[in-house]
Design a protein around this ligand. Structure first.
Ligand code: WT7
Length: 685
C-alpha cells in the first residue's frame, strides 16, 4: 500500500500533493466513522481523479478548516465528545448564566438551564466588542436605485424601539407574533425584536395566500400581526394589508382574534392613503414605533425556551409548525455559517432566500449576525428588471459569499469579489454544479452544496470549502456533530457504498424540538418510520469514497424552486373546486424550478374539459396556498390508477408525468388496468 501511495504522490500535482499527504497522516482508529475511511485512505484519488475538484492552495491556506485531517480531528471530537465540543463553541457566546448539565442531555435538550438571548448575541455582543459601526444590513429594493443600510448600532436602536412597542401593547415572553412582510429591513428587525423580549415569531412567507396565512394564525394564535401596506414584486404591486385583512376576518370566524395589526408603510410600493383601516386594531409602524426609546432591556430566556415557529409542508394537507428553541439553534446556526462559508470578518455575505423560509432565518438573520457579518438583504426578484440583477448586486456590494439556488444567468458583470458560492434547496446536478463553479465562480470559488431542512435548523451535510476535494453534485460529508446513516426499508443501517433512506443518529444542537401543538405528529412523522433515528424524508446514496449524494424526497413532498410543497396540500386545494372530483399531484423534473407541480385531475361526472376550467383550477390553488404552488401542468384523468385497496399508485403517475410510458413497472396490482392507457392517451407528446 505504501508503494501505491508513493506513486500517487509522485503523480499528483502540487496542490493535490498536499491532500495526499494529509490523508496519509490521518490518525488511526477511525473507528465507526466509516463514511470517511475512503478519503482517509486516499482511495478517492485512485480512480476518480477527474471527478474531483480541489480547492486552490490560496483558498485552503486561509480557510478555517484547511485539510481533511483537520476536519476529521474536529469531527471525531464532535461525535465522541459532543459535550466538550459544543460547550467550547457555546462559550464564545454571551450567557447570563451557564447551562448546568452536559451540553446535550439524555432527552436531547441542549444547554438547558443556561440563560441567554439570541438578539443580544447578534447585536449587543458585536457592539460591545467594537463593531457597532460595521454595516449589519445592506438593503437593496425591488427597483434598482433604492437602497439603504444599517450599522450594528443603528440596527440595535431600531430593534429596541420595536421591542418596546411590542411590550407596550402587551406582548410577553412566550407570546406568538406573526410576521407577514416582504424582504424589507423591517423583517429581520421584527424577528430580532421578538427574540429580544422572548416572544416567539412565526414568519409567514409573503407569497402565501390569505387562506394559508389564516390557517397559520389560527394555529399559533398571535397577539400581534406585523405586515406592510403593499410590496412591489417585479413590476406588480401587491396589497399585502388586504391579504392580512382577509386572513384576520377568516381567523375571527374561527374564534381567533388578533389584538393589533402593525403595518409598515412601504412608500416605495404605495402610499398609505386608501389602505383600509380599522381603528383600534390597525396602526402604522412609522406613526408609533419611532417614538419609543432606542434601548430595551433583554429578556433572558432558558436555552430551551422557544425562539420561533415556522410552518412547513408535510405529507398531509395540514402544515406543520416546526418549533426551534433558543440556545442550541443559536450555537448551531452561527457555527454552520462560519464553517460552511469559511466566514471572515471582511466578507460581505448575500443569501437570496426570503426570511419566510428557514434559509432566511438561519442564513439571512441569525447565523450571519451572530458572526457580526455584513448581510445583503434584497427585496426583489433575481431577474428584475433583467437577468443581470444578481450580478449587478454582487458587484455593487462586493459580495464575497453568495448563497442561492443556482438557476440564474450570468451576463456582463465581473463578479471578481466572490470567494465562496453556496447552493441549497434541491439536489444540484453535476452539470449545473460545473456551470456554477466554472462560469459564476470563474473556477476560483469552492461551492458549498448545503443539505439541510427546516427541521434541522442548520446545515447537516455540507462541504467545508478548503477542507477536501469536492465532487460536483455531492453535498460531501456531515457537519460537526452530525451522524448521518443510510438505512434500508427495514430500517437496518447500511455501511459503505450504498443507497437508501437518509436518517440521523442522535441529536445536534440545531434540531427542532416539536411540532407546535402536535407532539404526537412529531413522533410519528420523524421517529416512528425507522426506530432509533430521525427520518429526513430524503433518499441518499454514499459512494465508495464516503461522499453523500442526495437523491430527493421519498415521501409525498416536492421541492419547487427551493419551496417545499406537500402534494396533499395541492390536492386538497384542487378538490375543493366544485368541478373537481379527485386529484393526484406528483413532482416532475423542471428546468428552472428543480421540480414542477404536475396534477392529474378527475372532473365530476359529465363535466367537459376546457382551458377555462384549467385556469379556474389553477386559480383555486393560487388562492388557497399561494402563486408558487400553482400547478405547472394539469393532466385530465378519466380515472386514477389505484390498487385494489384504493391507494393511488403515484409511482405510475410519476412515470406518466415524465412521459416514460415504457417504464411503468409492475402494473399487476391495479384495480382497473385500462386507466393507465387512458391517461397515456390524454398526455401531450
Ligand atoms: C428539503 C428541505 C433547507 C433549506 C431549503 C429547503 C431538499 C435541501 C438540499 C441539497 C439536495 C436538498 C431536501 C430536503 N434539499 N437542500 N443541498 N441537496 N436536496 O428547506 O423547505 O425544509 O426542504 O429540501 O429534499 O428534505 P425545506
Amino acid at each position: 500500500n505504501n508503494f501505491l501511495y508513493k506513486r500517487r504522490i509522485r503523480m499528483a500535482t502540487d496542490h493535490k500533493l498536499r491532500y495526499v499527504t494529509s490523508m496519509l497522516e490521518f490518525p488511526s482508529g477511525a473507528g465507526k466513522i466509516s463514511a470517511l475511511n475512503a478519503i482517509i485512505l486516499g482511495e478517492a484519488l485512485a480512480s476518480e481523479e477527474n471527478d474531483l475538484v480541489f480547492p486552490s492552495d490560496d483558498f485552503a491556506r486561509q480557510a478555517h478548516v484547511s485539510s481533511p485531517q483537520q476536519y476529521f480531528e474536529m469531527y471525531k471530537r464532535s461525535v465522541e465528545d459532543p459535550d466538550g465540543f459544543w460547550s467550547d463553541i457555546a462559550s464564545q457566546f454571551y450567557w447570563k448564566k451557564k447551562w448546568d448539565q452536559p451540553a446535550c442531555s439524555e432527552n436531547f435538550d441542549w444547554f438547558k438551564g443556561g440563560l441567554t438571548n439570541i438578539c443580544y448575541n447578534c447585536l449587543d455582543r458585536n457592539i460591545v466588542s467594537g463593531n457597532g459601526d460595521k454595516i449589519a444590513i445592506y438593503w437593496e429594493g425591488n427597483d434598482p436605485g433604492f437602497q439603504d443600510s444599517l450599522t450594528y448600532s443603528q440596527l440595535l436602536d431600531r430593534v429596541c424601539q420595536l421591542s418596546n412597542y411590542l411590550k407596550d401593547v402587551g406582548v410577553k415572553k412566550g407570546d406568538a407574533v406573526v410576521i407577514y412582510l416582504p424582504m424589507l429591513m423591517e423583517l429581520p428587525i421584527a424577528m430580532l425584536a421578538c427574540a429580544r423580549i422572548g416572544a416567539v415569531h412565526s414568519v409567514v412567507f409573503a407569497g402565501f395566500s390569505s387562506e394559508s396565512l389564516a390557517q397559520r394564525i389560527i394555529d399559533c394564535k398571535p397577539k400581534v400581526v406585523i405586515t406592510c401596506n403593499a410590496v412591489k414584486r417585479g413590476a406588480k404591486v401587491i396589497h399585502l394589508k388586504d391579504i392580512v385583512d382577509t386572513a384576520l376576518a377568516e381567523s375571527a370566524k374561527n374564534g381567533i382574534s388578533v389584538d393589533v395589526c402593525l403595518t409598515y408603510e412601504n412608500q416605495i410600493a404605495l402610499k398609505r392613503e386608501g389602505t383600509k383601516w380599522k381603528e383600534g386594531k390597525d396602526v402604522w409602524w412609522q406613526d408609533l414605533v419611532p417614538k419609543y426609546p432606542t434601548t430595551c432591556e433583554v429578556e433572558w430566556v432558558d436555552a430551551e425556551d422557544p425562539l420561533f415557529l415556522l410552518y412547513t409542508s408535510g405529507s398531509t394537507g395540514k402544515p406543520k409548525g416546526v418549533l426551534h428553541t433558543t440556545g442550541g439553534y443559536m450555537v448551531y446556526s452561527a457555527t454552520t455559517f462560519k464553517y460552511a462559508f469559511d466566514y471572515k470578518p471582511s466578507d460581505v455575505y448575500w443569501c437570496t432566500a426570503d426570511c419566510g423560509w428557514i434559509t432566511g432565518h438561519s442564513y439571512v438573520t441569525y447565523g450571519p449576525m451572530l458572526n457580526g457579518a455584513s448581510v445583503v438583504v434584497f427585496e426583489g426578484a433575481p431577474t428584475y428588471p433583467d437577468a443581470g440583477r444578481c450580478w449587478d448586486i454582487v458587484d455593487k456590494f462586493k459580495v464575497t459569499l453568495f448563497y442561492t439556488a443556482p438557476t440564474l444567468h450570468v451576463t456582463r458583470y465581473s463578479r471578481k469579489s466572490l470567494r465562496v458560492l453556496g447552493s441549497v434547496g434541491e439536489p444540484i446536478n453535476p452539470s449545473a454544479w460545473r456551470w456554477f463553479f466554472n462560469v459564476v465562480g470563474d473556477s476560483r470559488c469552492p461551492i458549498s452544496d448545503t443539505w439541510w431542512q427546516t427541521e434541522t435548523g442548520g446545515f447537516m451535510i455540507t462541504p467545508l470549502p478548503g477542507a477536501w476535494p469536492q465532487k460536483p453534485g455531492s453535498a460531501t460529508f456531515p457537519f460537526f456533530g452530525v451522524q448521518p446513516v443510510i438505512v434500508d426499508e427495514k430500517g437496518v443501517e447500511i455501511e459503505g457504498e450504498c443507497s437508501g433512506y437518509l436518517c440521523i443518529k442522535n441529536s445536534w444542537p440545531g434540531a427542532f424540538r416539536t411540532l407546535y401543538g402536535d407532539h404526537e405528529r412529531y413522533e410519528t412523522t420523524y421517529f416512528k418510520p425507522f426506530a432509533g433515528y430521525y427520518f429526513t424524508g430524503d433518499g441518499c446514496s454514499r459512494d465508495k469514497d464516503g461522499y453523500h449524494w442526495l437523491t430527493g424526497r421519498v415521501d409525498d413532498v416536492i421541492n419547487v424552486s427551493g419551496h417545499r410543497i406537500g402534494t396533499a396540500e395541492v390536492e386538497s386545494a384542487l378538490v375543493s373546486h366544485p368541478k373537481c372530483a379527485e386529484a393526484a399531484v406528483v413532482g416532475v423534473e423542471h428546468e428552472v424550478k428543480g421540480q414542477g407541480i404536475y396534477a392529474f385531475v378527475t372532473l365530476v361526472e359529465g363535466e367537459p374539459y376546457s382551458e377555462e376550467l384549467r385556469k379556474s383550477l389553477t386559480f383555486t390553488v393560487r388562492k388557497q396556498i399561494g402563486a408558487f404552488a400553482a400547478p405547472d401542468k394539469i393532466h385530465w384523468a378519466p380515472g386514477l390508477p389505484k390498487t385494489r385497496s384504493g391507494k393511488i399508485m403515484r409511482r405510475i403517475l410519476r412515470k406518466i408525468a415524465s412521459k416514460q410510458f415504457d417504464e411503468l413497472g409492475d402494473t399487476s396490482t391495479l384495480a382497473e388496468p385500462n386507466v393507465v392507457e387512458q391517461l397515456i392517451e390524454l398526455a401531450d407528446r
